[in-house]
Design a protein around this ligand. Structure first.
Ligand code: URA
Length: 234
């Protein structure tokens, strides 16, 4: 059992003072009944709490999907550039981005305070599939796909793990989807460079079974749904 205002804070829905205001304004319902005071005790595992009609799921951790724009660094702090955490601007100081994207890369970033999940997605040997949309200068052919499937040499002597390359358009500028199962620094760019091609646009589309929401505009973020969280954990 937990006080309603504490529940709203624990779920990162509001600060304590915002929670009190939300309740006072009649925006919070418990099991379809308007909440009348902040100190009502609720059962966080049983009661259905809504804010403006949206169910608030009780979870110890926070999970955010961010559509990263170019020009933003995926660090928690940076002295010169805007970071993803500056944009998320959450009072939850434990949040961090899971993995890195280059400053000029766009697309899916998962932000959480769940260290165990991040470890399961990133630890060496546990790396999950990550799919990117890539625009490159150069004609991508089935030979390129074959090379990626066998592994290419980057960083002087590192043989990349088998990667899947699907050709969308092949011309002087080609568009492809590439799925990799590891995450070395500048990996996709270096893989194309090994084939004498230059990446001119890169966007992450998915990570494990989490797919970038196509309705999430660039620079915007939203909480993961319960089923997205459950799928990421399995
Ligand atoms: N590969 C890259 O080269 N850059 C990224 O940001 C992600 C993967």
């Amino acid at each position: 059992m937990m006080r309603l205002d504490k529940f709203l804070v624990a779920t990162h829905t509001a600060t304590r003072s915002e929670a009190k205001k939300m309740i006072k304004r009649g925006r919070v319902f418990i099991n379809d009944k308007k909440a009348t005071s902040s100190d009502i005790k609720i059962d966080e595992n049983q009661d259905i709490v809504t804010l403006d009609g949206n169910i608030i799921n009780y979870s110890r951790y926070e999970y955010i999907m961010f559509n990263k724009p170019a020009g933003v660094v995926s660090a928690t702090k940076d002295n010169t550039c805007k970071t993803v955490m500056d944009i998320i601007n959450s009072p939850n100081r434990n949040l961090f981005p899971v993995g890195r994207l280059d400053k000029d890369t766009e697309g899916l970033m998962l932000i959480t305070d769940d260290g165990a999940l991040a470890h399961n997605l990133l630890a060496p040997g546990k790396h999950v599939d990550k799919t990117y949309f890539v625009r490159v200068e150069g004609v991508v052919t089935f030979a390129t796909a074959d090379a990626f499937a066998k592994g290419v040499i980057i960083d002087e002597d590192y043989l990349t793990k088998p990667a899947r390359l699907e050709i969308i358009n092949s011309d002087d500028i080609s568009e492809v989807r590439v799925t990799i199962h590891e995450g070395r620094f500048h990996q996709i760019k270096k893989m194309f460079l090994s084939q004498n091609m230059k990446v001119i646009y890169l966007k992450r589309l998915s990570m494990k079974n989490l797919i970038l929401d196509e309705n999430l505009e660039i620079g915007c973020f939203r909480k993961l749904t319960q089923s997205e969280i459950d799928n990421l954990k399995c």
